[in-house]
Design a protein around this ligand. Structure first.
Ligand code: UDP
Ligand code: MG
Length: 328
């Protein structure tokens, strides 16, 4: 980490910027941020998180921070991904409002003051940018529409552009949530599950990438969808896995038992009436019953194990407490 700033004043706004190989953009980006924010008289810090760049990004950050006291830097030893970069940026941020933006000059710093005011005066927990007019190739814009539709539907959050890099948060939000894996696409969803429901949206300007290339390929949509499933699943059932696995397991087991009873009953009935019948094992239903019983047991067992792990895990009773009154 680069040297700490001697803050003599409370920081009103922190800007967290994850970056991977964005050397060409950095001087222009920091200059632009400074120009906009100095006009608005906000006290601010810019936290540049170098996510394992292999170009000269870090030495440029060091150079820039010699002349710019607003800059702070964190450098990963290797590439961990945008979520990890945001997460450490959030931990380090001191501002009352924390904004994030991409480093590639696609997001405009001109939006920062308005985002800040929406959090402070509009009382939002989180405001997400919406790139209504995008300057990206069509191979990206169409799947993105689909992705946003599905996320809106599953999460119940009416945002148009979940993955927008430009977002603003009340400090309470970023200090309470954990962004891991590839979950940066779902920060509004994570925030909502953590109880921060006051989520706003602001239409923001978007530019074409000026330097370098995109760091995410088409695999983003596959991973993104799987992440959405796991985040929905985990937030619902993390503290009570048995409710999910137990229900599924019981259903499957009961189905298997019913089929077995049917098979046995049928066999007995036919035998009593001296009707010749097929072997039980030569009937498809027999195999269905077998599979259903075994799968049911497995699911039940998985739920049981998950429950035991959950009980012994370090976070078993970690709930977010917002305020306390006469309680230490
Ligand atoms: N980024 C990062 N780590 C990664 C990939 C990307 O910090 O592993 C940064 C990247 O440098 C940029 C931001 O995340 O500042 C968004 O990436 P990009 O512009 O490539 O995504 P796109 O705009 O194409 O969605
Ligand atoms: Mg970009």
């Amino acid at each position: 980490m680069s040297k700490r700033l001697p803050h003599h004043f409370p920081v009103e706004l922190s800007i967290v910027i994850p970056l991977l190989n964005e050397a060409e953009s950095l001087p222009e980006l920091t200059r632009w941020i400074n120009r906009v924010l100095s006009q608005h008289g906000l006290t601010y810090e810019v936290i540049l998180v170098d996510d394992g760049s292999t170009d000269s990004s870090w030495s440029i950050i060091e150079e820039l921070s010699d002349i710019d006291t607003h800059l702070r830097g964190i450098r990963f030893n290797r590439n961990y991904g945008k979520s990890a970069a945001l997460n450490v940026g959030f931990k380090a941020a001191e501002g009352r409002v924390v904004c994030t933006m991409d480093a590639d000059l696609q997001d405009s710093p001109e939006e920062l003051p308005e985002l800040y005011h929406m959090i402070v005066e509009g009382n939002y927990d989180l405001v997400s940018g919406w790139k209504r007019k995008r300057y990206d190739p069509i191979s990206k814009t169409i799947p993105t529409k689909l992705f946003n539709g599905v996320t809106r539907w599953i999460s119940g959050i009416p945002l148009h552009d979940f993955n927008c890099g430009l977002k603003a948060y009340n400090q309470r939000v970023v200090k309470s949530i954990e962004v891991y894996g590839e979950m940066h696409r779902y920060i509004p969803v994570i925030a909502k599950w953590a109880g921060f429901r006051n989520i706003g949206e602001k239409v923001v300007q978007h530019q074409e990438r000026k330097y370098g290339t995109t760091k995410f390929g088409l695999e983003r949509f596959v991973y993104g969808f799987l992440d959405l499933l796991s985040i929905t699943f985990v937030s619902r059932f993390r503290r009570r896995p048995m409710h999910f696995f137990g229900t599924m397991g019981t259903l499957s087991f009961v189905l298997g038992m019913l089929i077995t009873l049917w098979l046995v009953g049928e066999k007995v009935y036919l035998a009593l009436h001296n009707i010749k019948s097929r072997d039980v094992t030569s009937q498809p239903l027999f195999f269905l019953a077998l599979v259903a019983v075994v799968v049911g047991m497995q699911l039940f067992l998985a739920g049981f194990l998950a429950e035991m792990i959950q009980l012994n895990g370090p976070r078993k009773n970690q709930y977010l407490i917002r305020e306390k009154l006469n309680v230490i």
